[in-house]
Design a protein around this ligand. Structure first.
Ligand code: PMP
Length: 431
């Protein structure tokens, strides 16, 4: 069942496709996986946004993570307005950048020095370059189903055989650019050990989402991350946690605090910009000293540390440090997934869910998946029907079965209950 497109959204989508490929500026927005017309958003406030037809939705993507304090939070909006009035961009350093670096270092003790950039893609791409520059090695290890932005050497899926190098997932990525990228199974300790056994001393880094949010939500096992930490240390490889999504989302100190494992480098984004383009990568001062202008690894950005974006990020980071913030966020998210599971069970639908802090996964399968393969085995057509029926009900989940969902501090009990009431109706119809 797909929703009949509503008129203004339909008109805008047709118009957008004339001048923008696929009508969107980032592919997942296009509803390609679920079908139908994407909603064009006109405004957002708290847990809600409104589309071009004036329909209100409870928003469970929250800009794919950044809007953790809810949309248009007055303190964030005020910080942005004040900063904008002082000038939009200078191309020279500012106090705000020092304060943001200090804040990140304080909240994530594995980070002693940090460089601000404007997107998660830049953060991971630069972290890889740093790892390669610092180790003098070329090979990198990533895991099937983890997304780290769209840098050439990361757009790779597993090759045909174990420990063979991968294949590009995008046209335009030369084989030569990915011949150093080894793609392994998530949560597979034995495979990781084999990889280090056979080529450990040539591996520059391992990059991982420690709580994966780009193959729906999949938790790393503590054994997997523990083995990764030990192997990287033993072989002199750099361990990079991509916490662009999990950072300040699964808890104040990110997944690294949750698991008690310190990476060598961390990539951040999303929440640290509070909805504006701020991302970062950082780690030990020793490693970070390899960066230009003091070191030999080059990286730069015209809008890096942009004062307006940094102001939004700092206001957001202040709000998430209020006492009890993550306890409340986690318990609201848990209420949502527990309620969805109960509603599905009552309707006799095969369904399960999981959450970590303010991130959640919903799966039309009997068990919470632990790998990309398990996640892909879920019932996608049932997800699509669920997605569209919930959209009709005014609840906006991520428009693809393989994406995680996000809750904000503004999703109070009434909002969660409204969602669950809608889900009960929808599940009953799906059964
Ligand atoms: N890493 C992770 C874990 C992400 O989830 C994303 C974006 N969803 C990125 C990197 C890339 O970030 P951006 O879209 O800001 O380039």
């Amino acid at each position: 069942m797909t929703t009949a497109p509503t008129s203004h959204n339909d008109t805008l989508f047709a118009r957008a496709q004339l001048t923008t490929p696929g009508g969107v500026n980032s592919p997942v927005r296009a509803f390609k996986s679920v079908g139908g017309t994407p909603r064009f958003i006109t405004r957002a406030e708290g847990p809600y946004f409104w589309d071009a037809d004036g329909k209100r939705y409870i928003d469970y993507i929250n800009s794919w993570g950044p809007a953790i304090v809810g949309h248009a939070h007055p303190q964030v909006v005020k910080a942005v307005q004040d900063a904008a009035a002082r000038g939009l961009s200078f191309g020279a350093p500012t106090l705000g950048e020092i304060e943001m670096a200090e804040e990140i270092c304080k909240l994530m003790p594995s980070i002693e020095q940090v460089r601000l950039v404007s997107s998660g893609t830049e953060a991971t791409m630069s972290a890889l370059r740093l790892a390669r520059g610092a180790t003098g090695r070329d090979k990198i290890v990533k895991f099937e189903g983890c997304y780290h932005g769209h840098a050439d050497s990361l757009l790779v899926k597993a090759g045909s055989g174990l420990l063979t190098f991968g294949n590009p997932t995008s046209a335009g990525v030369p084989e030569d650019f990915i011949k150093h990228t080894l793609v392994l199974d998530y949560n597979n300790v034995a495979q990781l050990e084999d990889a280090f056994e056979s080529m450990g001393d040539t591996i520059a880094c391992v990059i991982v989402e420690p709580v994966a949010g780009n193959m729906n939500l999949i938790r790393a096992t503590p054994e997997f991350l523990g083995a990764m930490r030990a192997l990287c240390t033993q072989h002199g490889a750099v361990l990079i946690f991509d916490e662009v999504m999990s950072g300040f989302r699964v808890g104040l100190g990110g997944a690294q605090e949750l698991y008690g494992i310190q990476p060598d480098l961390t990539a951040l984004g999303k929440v640290i910009g509070g909805g504006m383009p701020v991302a970062a990568f950082g780690g030990s001062a020793e490693l970070m000293q390899n960066m230009a202008p003091i070191g030999a690894v080059y990286q730069a950005g015209t809008l890096s540390g942009n004062p307006v974006a940094v102001a939004a990020g700092m206001a957001t980071l202040a709000l998430v440090q209020q006492p009890g913030f993550y306890e409340k966020l986690s318990s609201q998210t848990a209420k949502l997934v527990t309620g969805l599971c109960a509603a599905a069970k009552d309707a006799g639908i095969t369904f399960c869910a999981d959450s970590v802090g303010g991130m959640f996964g919903i799966y039309f399968s009997a068990h919470v998946p632990a790998s990309y393969g398990q996640m892909m085995a879920g019932d996608k057509s049932r997800f699509n029907a669920f997605f569209h029926a919930m959209l009709d009900e005014g609840v906006y989940f991520a428009p693809a079965a393989f994406e995680a969902g996000f809750v904000s501090a503004m999703h109070d009990d009434a909002v969660i209950e409204e969602t669950l009431a809608a889900a009960r109706r929808v599940f009953a119809n799906l059964a």
